[in-house]
Design a binder for this molecule. Structure first.
Ligand code: PGA
Length: 253
């Protein structure tokens, strides 16, 4: 089953508007439309309109880093799925470990957010991954399977084409430590097996499963050589034009 790889940039709570614009312009100047991977940018919420203005005619995905699961109303400080759509977003990140950890997003919240995004025609990038303690206790598989199963509750198989998964071991995010390609591939296989078990095999095979956690130009090649690793969700190395371009180009090579 051939899946078009995805290289996604999670800028988190970084960059001014001007820096965001310069970063996108720098990326656009150096990539062609016929690239071998899909590129998706997740800027700060505040900079989505400015980034949209630059990429609106280009084949680049744009996403929010979060949304609130209610449709609209009195939820001060939150952003609705329809507002992300209205601002030009095609995608949204859901369940990033920083949201689960710092903002106490539980399984039910993640599932409600996935459902709201899909109902609003936003493509979901669902993040899952174990902590260091969970890895050391040998429960990585159990944690990741639970995260997938709970997030996918009441999701219809026809929505699978609008969902990708990012496996991001928490101990590898922003730490400079990456899972070995074999370790990452093993968890990716478990995720795919879980998706096959819940859904139709063909749909599950067509879903992209990305790896995230200190992905850099010097480690991406070995990771994406693995059959079940279909690209990367990148934090730190997506904040500089040169390193992000190198990541995109390494998928083409
Ligand atoms: P990192 O972040 O590449 O800086 O480790 C990845 C992520 O959190 O999505």
């Amino acid at each position: 089953m051939s899946r078009k790889p995805i290289i996604a940039a999670n800028w988190k709570m970084n960059l001014t508007q001007k820096e965001s614009q310069e970063l996108v312009e720098g990326i656009l100047k150096n990539i062609n439309e016929e690239r071998a991977c899909e590129v998706i940018l997740f800027p700060s919420l505040l900079h989505i309109p400015a980034v949209y203005e630059i990429i609106k005619d280009k084949k680049i995905g744009l996403g929010g880093q979060n949304l609130y699961f209610e449709e609209k109303g009195a939820y001060t400080g939150e952003v609705a799925a329809f507002q992300l759509r209205d601002a030009g977003c095609t995608h949204v990140l859901i369940g990033h470990s920083e949201r689960r950890h710092y903002f106490h997003e539980d399984y039910e919240t993640v599932n409600l957010k996935v459902k709201r995004a899909l109902a609003t025609d936003l493509k979901v990038m669902l993040c899952v991954g174990e902590s260091l303690e969970e890895r050391e206790n040998g429960v990585t598989e159990m944690v990741v399977v639970d995260q997938i199963v709970s997030a996918m509750e009441n999701i219809s198989v026809k929505n699978l084409c609008d969902i990708s998964i990012a496996y991001e071991p928490i101990w590898a995010i922003g730490t400079g430590k990456t899972a070995t390609p074999d370790d990452a591939a093993h968890v990716h296989q478990i995720i795919r097996k879980t998706l096959r078990r819940i859904f139709d095999e063909e749909y599950a095979n067509s879903m992209c499963i990305l790896y995230g956690g200190s992905v850099k130009p010097d480690n991406i090649k070995e990771l994406i050589k693995k059959d079940d690793i279909d690209g990367a969700l990148v934090g730190g190395a997506s904040l500089k034009v040169d390193s992000f371009l190198e990541l995109i180009k390494s998928v083409q090579a």
